[in-house]
Design a protein. Structure first.
Length: 126
């Protein structure tokens, strides 16, 4: 099976030894995205704005892979404060429609660069 590196200049550049995504066959494994503005590489301010930025970053990488949010089969959400879970659901409703992807929401002590939210995803592109 061939593997292809996926890269979008509309999402933040990788800040470590990883790719934004890897496509293996018809499956795309997206690396975690934090709420960095891809133009400035700075965190956006406020939890809702951070959540929106993460979804926009994921969307850009999905599109670079030839897919969309409709192709996401698994979404992992990492939060430094689980009390924000309702807001994540609200924002997620702006980006997804049924059938929703499988999902996990995990509380963590800290995220890179002080982000409040990070997400990664798996897409299957038919």
């Amino acid at each position: 099976m061939s593997k292809t590196v996926i890269n979008s200049d509309k999402a933040p550049a990788a800040i470590g030894t990883y790719s934004q995504a890897i496509k293996a066959g018809n499956t795309v494994y997206m690396s975690g995205q934090i709420p960095l503005d891809p133009k400035t590489m700075e965190l956006v301010e406020g939890f809702e704005a951070q959540t929106v930025q993460v979804f926009e970053n994921l969307k850009s990488v999905a599109e670079a892979a030839g897919g969309s949010f409709k192709d996401i089969v698994k979404l992992n959400i990492f939060l430094t404060d689980l009390s924000h879970f309702a807001k994540v659901n609200e924002v997620m409703g702006r980006y997804f429609e049924q059938p929703y992807p499988a999902r996990a929401a995990i509380g963590v002590a800290a995220l890179p660069k002080g982000a409040q939210v990070e997400m990664d995803a798996i897409l299957v592109i038919e």
